[in-house]
Design a protein around this ligand. Structure first.
Ligand SMILES: Cc1cc2nc3c(=O)[nH]c(=O)nc-3n(C[C@H](O)[C@H](O)[C@H](O)COP(=O)(O)OP(=O)(O)OC[C@H]3O[C@@H](n4cnc5c(N)ncnc54)[C@H](O)[C@@H]3O)c2cc1C
Length: 442
């Protein structure tokens, strides 16, 4: 048996999850089960893979296995942007422009398909997750942020993707704060409550998908079939899809391609009517910083402010106990700089979540071993990209063909990482340097 080296240990302080009613007791994997297919990880990628595979194979028995509760992992603790564009729209200074543009077009088609798939499911199953098609803002404060914003706009031009510029006054008219000197708005991104979305997707899975929660897989082996061992049971399956994102190396795959990085959010209590009046602006919006290491901000429909920033290299897939308190302080500073008119609005929640990074921001899609396939590494844009990559992985294993499948298979593969001590030093230093450089965008 190959032992899984680390299991998810997410903190219990994610606001999105805490605001939902408690779920019904979990069905755990007990005894010895046997299925045609198993999907490991019930985040957005695994949920999409399970749904799509069940559609292809209505008579197959499909198990979806999750270590925690659905919505408790990164898919339920992100900032709730379902983004219809590549995460980094750049205009090809370093790589051959045509190749890069072709890649960005593919990423855009895939992201758009991911958003469309989610929109369709939210609509057809009536998933109550505050889904709002408001587009996204990008805001810049200092020269570095402005340059990044202009770069982004050139990338959008090359993609012929629509956007509009917003000057400082218009940014203030939308966000209420005069903090941003310039902004840019792209349509097509949806904002939502991510834990509610993830839970709603799980609740509407096809009947031939059996969901096992609180069932971490602790060991596995490939014999005539694939055997997965959990604490109270085991599952034997003919085929396995890995949708375990940052945990994939801990399971024993792609160790030399991906490394985990945590990022952190805080969510305030709802603003009072007086505070809403003092803030002004539109009642709901989402903003990404011009500089990619800057601060994401959202004003939610229930009038809370979300702050997300800071990246922490965490090879043990865990962060220390003091980290959330430290992050809460950093978030308070970012909040105070943007919203001085609101004073000390308390944060109700602060939490962290794992991202899965490769050195060239590439995802892995395809076969890993006989009968084992994976879609992992959608980085900070996994809401839409994870959804579409999971669905396409199901297409791939049943031999379906599509333009989107050709798109995802044509994307660059993750590059080999440097050895561990150099990787840790390199990532740690790069993150620190770039966060410092982000300045007031932070
Ligand atoms: C704070 C934060 C903000 C973000 N904001 C955004 C955003 O606004 N927009 C966006 O597009 N992306 C965002 N992201 C990234 C996005 O959340 C991820 O890309 C996405 O959740 C990836 O989905 P996934 O299903 O591939 O992985 P995950 O959601 O990580 O799911 C993997 C699942 O596998 C399970 N698992 C792992 N190991 C085992 C095991 N041994 N046994 C059983 N189960 C196991 C885990 O418990 C987990 O539920 C953000 C991420 C964070 C942390």
């Amino acid at each position: 048996m190959t032992r899984v080296s680390r299991l998810p240990q997410d903190d219990a302080t994610c606001g999105w999850y805490a605001m939902l009613p408690p779920p019904a007791p979990a069905r755990r994997l007990k005894g010895r089960e046997s299925t045609d297919w198993a999907i490991l990880g019930a985040g957005l990628t695994g949920l999409a893979a399970a749904r799509c595979l069940a559609g292809h194979l209505p008579n197959a028995r499909i198990a979806l296995i999750e270590a925690e509760r659905v919505g408790f992992g990164a898919s339920g603790r992100n900032s709730g942007f379902a983004i219809d564009l590549p995460h980094d729209v750049v205009h090809g200074r370093r790589r051959a422009r045509d190749t890069l543009l072709e890649e960005q077009r593919r990423r855009r088609r895939l992201s758009q398909a991911g958003v469309a798939a989610l929109r369709g499911l939210v609509g057809s199953h009536g998933i109550d997750c505050a889904w709002r098609e408001l587009g996204k803002l990008h805001g810049a404060v200092e020269e570095g942020g402005l340059r990044a914003l202009e770069d982004y706009a050139r990338g959008l031009d090359a993609l012929e993707a629509p956007y509009e510029w917003l000057d400082q006054d218009r940014m203030q008219a939308v966000t209420g704060t005069g903090y941003y000197r310039k902004g840019l708005k792209t349509p097509g991104t949806a904002l939502m409550q991510p834990a509610a979305l993830t839970r709603g997707l799980a609740a509407s899975l096809p009947a031939n998908v059996e969901l096992f929660e609180e069932s971490p897989v602790i060991a596995w082996r490939i014999d005539e079939a694939i055997e997965l061992e959990c604490a109270d049971g085991a599952l034997v399956t003919k085929g396995l899809l890995l949708a375990t994102n940052a945990f994939t190396p801990a399971i024993g795959f792609l160790k030399d391609r991906f490394f985990p990085v945590f990022t952190f959010s805080s969510l305030t209590r709802p603003l009072s009517r007086d505070e809403q009046a003092a803030l002004g602006g539109e009642p709901e919006w989402g903003l990404i910083a011009g500089d990619r290491l800057g601060t994401t901000v959202r004003r939610t429909g229930d009038q809370r402010i979300l702050i997300r920033n800071t990246f922490l290299y965490a090879p043990r897939l865990h962060f220390g106990e003091g980290e959330l308190a430290r992050l809460g302080e950093l978030h308070r500073r970012s909040f105070g700089a943007r919203f001085p008119m609101l004073g000390e609005v308390a944060f109700d929640y602060s939490w962290g979540g794992a991202l899965c990074m490769s050195s060239n921001h590439a995802l892995f899609f395809g076969a890993l071993a006989p009968g084992i396939f994976a879609a992992v590494g959608c980085n900070g844009a996994g809401v839409a990209m994870g959804t579409i990559s999971g669905a396409l992985l199901a297409d791939y294993v049943v031999g379906a063909e599509s333009e989107l499948l050709r798109d995802i298979r044509a994307l660059p593969r993750p590059k080999r990482l440097p050895p561990k001590p150099f990787l840790g030093l390199g990532v740690g230093l790069t993150l620190k340097r770039r966060e410092r450089r982000a300045g007031k965008e932070f």
